[in-house]
Design a protein. Structure first.
Length: 314
């Protein structure tokens, strides 16, 4: 009898000592258009994929991570990307995919001019937004309009990036109505309200997404599907053909890799600037100007024609 009791006690002890494996992280889908009041940062969300849809996005073109507020900003064209219609807006999203404010910046509000917002960049306390032929400036903390800088000669300002000295760079994809070429392909630099031309030529291939590292600007092209570099003083390097075309957003992550979105591949591709590139995130039709959240190791992906944003963990 004593042996039986000892054996039973051992079995109970062993069963109690077993640890239960943590549940595998599941994808999250957010589809409620209800705005939420959130004033503090959320804990990192570990889902491999967060899908944000049916929340009121209208042609989302770019997603940008603001590290200061731990929020994602989404630019919404809301109509034609060429139209001066005053109805573009910027959404503010929490990292778990909730809409904090659908129209945090609204082109229809008094004192705000925003038509067809595309790429965005942050420098100091200012949010810069590419808007056809102007750069719009807003307070990054409050969304209050600060001013606007016209880029003379531009027709389709698109991708944006910030350099190490807080200079902001913007591409002109050289397009007019119905996506016809305008011949204004260029990259411009903006600092303290003044802009200068870094490079301008009709054969740049519709420059789009930008990344700045030290004195080098990396750029992907939409029409020719290429990656090229140019110094901040305008000296262009050779262009390299990428696996698929229709290249849009471009980011650089902590390990030195560049990631770009491709409409032709419906995917995000990754590789070192001088190396080969391969698809790492698939099933992303019309992925536009991507962003990156280094805190959660996430790619922030606007799906232009689906009115959807996906947050994909690397």
């Amino acid at each position: 009898m004593t042996r039986i009791l000892i054996a039973a006690a051992l079995l109970i002890a062993l069963s109690c000592s077993k640890t239960t494996a943590p549940p595998k992280a599941q994808d999250v889908r957010v589809s409620s258009p209800v705005e939420v009041e959130t004033t503090t940062s959320e804990q990192p969300v570990d889902a491999p994929k967060v899908v944000i849809q049916d929340v009121g996005f209208e042609t989302p073109e770019s997603v940008l991570y603001d590290q200061n507020s731990d929020r994602y900003l989404v630019s919404n064209i809301n109509g034609s990307p060429f139209e001066v219609d005053g109805n573009g807006f910027i959404s503010r999203i929490t990292p778990d995919g909730r809409v904090e404010k659908l129209k945090w910046i609204d082109g229809q509000n008094a004192g705000v001019v925003l038509n067809a917002p595309k790429g965005m960049a942050l420098s100091g306390d200012i949010l810069y937004i590419a808007d056809i032929d102007h750069i719009r400036l807003f307070n990054r903390n409050t969304g209050e309009a600060i001013g606007s800088t016209p880029i003379r000669g531009a027709t389709f300002l698109n991708g944006m990036a910030t350099g190490p000295d807080d200079t902001v760079y913007v591409s002109d994809s050289g397009l007019t109505t119905d996506f016809k070429p305008s011949g204004t392909d260029a990259i411009y630099a903006l600092k303290e309200g003044q802009f200068r031309t870094v490079i301008k030529a009709p054969d740049l291939g519709r420059p789009n997404g930008l990344v700045v590292h030290k004195n080098t600007i990396w750029c992907v092209t939409f029409r020719t599907g290429e990656l090229f570099s140019v110094t901040t003083e305008g000296e262009k390097g050779p262009s390299r053909k990428m696996p698929k075309g229709g290249l849009d957003g471009l980011i650089k992550i902590h390990d030195g890799r560049l990631l770009f979105s491709s409409w032709g591949g419906s995917a995000i591709y990754a590789g070192k600037p001088e190396g080969s590139f391969r698809a790492i995130l698939m099933g992303l039709p019309n992925a536009a100007d991507i962003g990156f959240d280094p805190q959660r190791n996430r790619v922030l992906i606007p799906l232009f024609n689906a009115n959807r944003v996906e947050l994909r963990k690397l």
